[in-house]
Design a protein around this ligand. Structure first.
Ligand SMILES: Cc1cc2nc3c(=O)[nH]c(=O)nc-3n(C[C@H](O)[C@H](O)[C@H](O)COP(=O)(O)OP(=O)(O)OC[C@H]3O[C@@H](n4cnc5c(N)ncnc54)[C@H](O)[C@@H]3O)c2cc1C
Ligand code: FES
Length: 258
């Protein structure tokens, strides 16, 4: 573990902040780090800035993330990683779909894909406009961006999957990438599977070790460890996973249904 200082804090949305660290990152979009806040806990966070000055983007909602949100520039945290398997850039016409803070790892993916000459369309959704993350960053990277909000306060009213249904009918995407609430990812996968579009999904499970040792994040009944073989999994890999879209396991291993 490296102990490092927070060098910059950026408010991205009402309850979302980006924290940049005094570390040079050599990660890939979709990889994560384990972030330790002394005296509080250690949790996985996707890299929203996987190269250059390392950064993460956090929804300040629960006990750990709220404590992280109280830290200031100059405060210290511990970082392990980057770990896990990130997104693979494949195909030439890409569809990226992000829900809420799930957009965090998709922003650097959009930047990387566009720098490699790929055409990128992104659908970014949130419950309401002040929960939208990285819309401008992804647009500035050169992507065609569509916004959806559940309450219609920005972009089109409805879910990301309402927009993707339209886009998939008109477009000829050859690869899809998604990160967000699992129910959203489950519904999107139904759409892309029906059209035979390869899809990469970034999964969230409760992590303890983060390095493939404890087995807590293993998926029924495949045994795939989300921290090690994931967090980015392909549609094919999920075929063997019976819990996807149904439940996850609490810190004590109890099934929690979505
Ligand atoms: C690979 C990976 C990458 C992640 N990247 C990010 C990121 O970029 N930004 C970010 O804000 N968070 C990210 N998370 C989630 C993060 O690790 C914490 O779970 C989150 O910050 C909540 O922690 P908390 O203690 O603040 O709140 P908690 O009290 O732990 O949780 C708040 C709410 O979320 C629910 N919850 C907690 N854990 C899970 C889970 N595993 N699955 C479903 N629901 C859960 C709880 O029931 C509660 O309702 C990531 C998780 C993983 C596994
Ligand atoms: S969190 Fe321990 S194996 Fe994944």
């Amino acid at each position: 573990m490296q102990v490092t200082k927070i060098t910059e804090i950026i408010k991205e949305a009402e309850k979302v902040k980006t924290f940049k660290f005094d570390l040079e990152a050599k990660g890939k979009p979709g990889q994560f780090v384990m972030v330790w806040v002394p005296g509080v806990d250690e949790k996985p966070m996707s890299l929203s800035y996987p190269t250059g000055k390392m950064g993460i983007t956090v929804l300040l909602e629960g006990p750990f993330s709220k404590q992280l949100g109280r830290l200031n520039v100059g405060d210290r945290v511990g970082i392990r990683g980057p770990y896990g398997r990130g997104f693979r850039v494949a195909g030439s016409n890409l569809l990226l779909v992000g829900g809420g803070v799930g957009t965090a790892p998709l922003a650097p993916l959009a930047e990387k894909a566009i720098s490699k000459g790929k055409k990128v369309t992104a659908v970014i959704g949130a419950k309401t406009r002040n929960e939208l993350v990285f819309v401008e960053r992804i647009r500035n990277a050169g992507a065609r961006v569509f916004v959806t909000t559940d309450d219609g306060s920005e972009g089109s009213r409805g879910f990301t999957t309402d927009k993707t249904r339209e886009l998939l009918e008109e477009g000829s995407f050859d690869q899809c990438y998604v990160c967000g609430p699992e129910i959203m990812m489950f519904k999107l996968l139904e759409q892309t599977k029906a059209r035979g579009i390869p899809t990469q999904l970034s999964l969230v499970r409760y992590f303890k070790c983060g390095i493939g040792v404890c087995g807590h994040c293993a998926l029924d009944y495949s045994g795939i460890r989300v921290c090690r073989e994931g967090p980015v999994l392909s549609d094919n890999e999920l075929e063997e996973v019976s819990e996807f879209g149904r439940y996850w396991r609490s810190p004590s291993g109890v099934k929690i249904y979505f």
